[in-house]
Design a protein around this ligand. Structure first.
Ligand SMILES: O=C(O)CCC(=O)C(=O)O
Length: 330
C-alpha cells in the first residue's frame, strides 16, 4: 500500500477535511471487462454480477453499421463547424488544432451550444437508445418493463487546450429519482484506453451517495473517495460495445493521449418503468431546446414523446445532495 493511501487513511481517521487529491491515483488499475453477453440467457446470474460489480459490459451488443452511421452524422456536425482537419476524411475524426485552439465546450458537451443543438436534433441519436438489443438487455437486468430516459447525452470530446476529462463521479447526483437507474456508455467508434474511454470503480455502487467537491470537466462535481480501496477497471472499447453501470457506480474518463483524435460517445439512461423518475430526466439534455424544436426535422415517429405513454411516478429534485462540498471521513 502506498504512502499516499496511508496518508488518506490517517487523515480520515483524524477527521480532517478530505479533498479529492492523490489517493485516487493510487487505487489499483485492472484492464479489460468480462463480457456479460453469455449471462443474457441466465437472468439470475446477470443480476448477481450486476449487484456484485455495479456494472456490466457487453461485447459488440450493437450492430457496428448503426453505430458507425451515427458516428458519421456526429462527425459531419463537427466538420460543418470547421473543427476537423480539412485534408483528412471526416470519418477519421481528426481535429484541426488551429481551429479548436480556443474551443470552449458548453456544459461538458465538448462543443459549443450551437453544435450541441445540431447534435441533439439528430433522430438517430435519440433512436439508438431504443434499439431492441438495449431494451431486451435492460428488461433482463430489471426483470420488468423498462423506461429509457429521453434526456440523451452526447460527449464530443475534441482534444483542445481547454478540454478536461470527465471527473470521478456518480451519476445519481445528476439524475436523482430512483437509484436504480443504469447508464449505457456507448463509444461511437473504437475507443482504446489512450483515446480516453470510461473507467469504472468496481463495486463502488455499494458505497452509497458520496460527498462531492467542485471540479473541472463534465458535471462540474467530483466524488470524494475516502477509505475506499476498490480497483479501477479500464478497457479498450470497440465499436458496438456497451458498458452499463448503476447510478451510484463511481466512474471517470481517462485522458486523451492520442493527439488530435476526437473521442465520441453517449450516455443513455434506463430504469424500471414503475420506479420514481425526476422530471428533468424527461427533458432534453441541459434543456437546450424544447422537444418540439428537436423533433422539427423528424418524420412522424412513435418515438416522439414516447414516455408520455408510460404511467410515470415523478419524484422531486433534491438540491441538497449536491451541496455537500466536503466530507469528514470516519
Ligand atoms: O464520456 C464521458 O467523458 C463522460 C461520461 C459520464 O460519465 C457522464 O456523462 O456521466
Amino acid at each position: 500500500m502506498s504512502g499516499d493511501w496511508n496518508w488518506l487513511q490517517n487523515n480520515c481517521a483524524k477527521g480532517d477535511t478530505i479533498v479529492a487529491t492523490t489517493p485516487i491515483t493510487e487505487l489499483p488499475v485492472l484492464v479489460g471487462f468480462e463480457d456479460a453477453t453469455p449471462l443474457l440467457s441466465a437472468p439470475e446470474a446477470l443480476r448477481a454480477q450486476a449487484d456484485r460489480d455495479g456494472y456490466l459490459f457487453f461485447k459488440k451488443l450493437l450492430p457496428a453499421d448503426v453505430v458507425l452511421d451515427l458516428r458519421r452524422q456526429l462527425l459531419d456536425v463537427l466538420d460543418r463547424f470547421g473543427w476537423l482537419q480539412p485534408e483528412a476524411e471526416p470519418r477519421m475524426g481528426l481535429a484541426n488544432p488551429a481551429a479548436v485552439a480556443d474551443l470552449a465546450g458548453w456544459g461538458g458537451a465538448g462543443v459549443t451550444q450551437a453544435a450541441y443543438l445540431a447534435i441533439q436534433k439528430l433522430e438517430l441519436f435519440h433512436c439508438l437508445p431504443h434499439h431492441p438489443k438495449l431494451i431486451r438487455m435492460y428488461e433482463t437486468l430489471f426483470g420488468k418493463a423498462v423506461l429509457p430516459h429521453p434526456r440523451n447525452i452526447a460527449r464530443l470530446m475534441i482534444p483542445s487546450p481547454g478540454a478536461v476529462p470527465t471527473p470521478i463521479h456518480q451519476d445519481f447526483i445528476h439524475i436523482q429519482g430512483t437509484r436504480n437507474v443504469w447508464t449505457a456508455w456507448i463509444p461511437f467508434g473504437d475507443v482504446p484506453r489512450e483515446l480516453g474511454g470510461l473507467a469504472v470503480l468496481r463495486g463502488s455502487h455499494k458505497q452509497g451517495v458520496l460527498a462531492v467537491a467542485p471540479a473541472a470537466g463534465a458535471g462540474g462535481l467530483e466524488a470524494i473517495l475516502c477509505n475506499i480501496n476498490l480497483p479501477w477497471i479500464e478497457h479498450d472499447y470497440e465499436v458496438g460495445d456497451v458498458l452499463t453501470f448503476h447510478s451510484c457506480t463511481v466512474h471517470k474518463a481517462l485522458p486523451n493521449r492520442l493527439g488530435n483524435r476526437v473521442r465520441l460517445s453517449c450516455d443513455y439512461r434506463y430504469q424500471p418503468g414503475d420506479e420514481d423518475v425526476e422530471e428533468k430526466s424527461l427533458k432534453p439534455h441541459m434543456q437546450i431546446a424544447d422537444w418540439s424544436e428537436l423533433y422539427a426535422g423528424w418524420p412522424d415517429s412513435d418515438l416522439k414523446y414516447y414516455w408520455t405513454k408510460h404511467n410515470l411516478a415523478l419524484s422531486p429534485w433534491n438540491e441538497t445532495i449536491r451541496w455537500q462540498k466536503e466530507r469528514i471521513c470516519d
